[in-house]
Design a protein around this ligand. Structure first.
Ligand SMILES: [Zn+2]
Length: 118
């Protein structure tokens, strides 16, 4: 099927820049999120970076585990937070998850230190 052709379920994509998907159908033409797509390739459904198309993982896995994670204190998200110890004893972290291919931001989250990925 030609690249760029619209099908009943989305668009056929053909980006191929080393590790980037080829011959995938975008299942959500509007994007799952602004930075995350859901694709179908050879009968498998996969998350992918919406910027460059790098495949991340199937929906049964946490895509954040397949991205580069930047972990910083919560104050990095907003310096106006100040001393968080006034509100909570636990260390709270600000995570940014970026695409391993294009380094674009995929997702942010906030969680307690030592907790598994949300
Ligand atoms: Zn990317």
């Amino acid at each position: 099927m030609p690249v760029g052709e619209q099908t009943m379920s989305g668009f056929v994509c053909g980006i191929d820049t080393g590790g980037i998907f080829t011959d995938c159908v975008v299942l959500d033409p509007d994007g799952l999120t602004e930075y995350l797509d859901l694709l179908e390739r050879d009968g498998s459904v996969l998350f992918a970076c919406a910027r460059c198309g790098r495949l991340l993982c199937p929906p049964s896995e946490n895509y954040k585990g397949h991205a580069h994670r930047i972990e910083r204190p919560i104050q990095a998200a907003n310096p106006l937070i100040g001393d968080l110890k006034r509100f909570i004893d636990a260390e709270v972290l600000f995570h940014q998850f970026c695409c391993l291919a294009c380094s674009g931001l995929i997702e942010n989250d906030v969680c307690r230190a030592g907790y598994p990925l949300l």
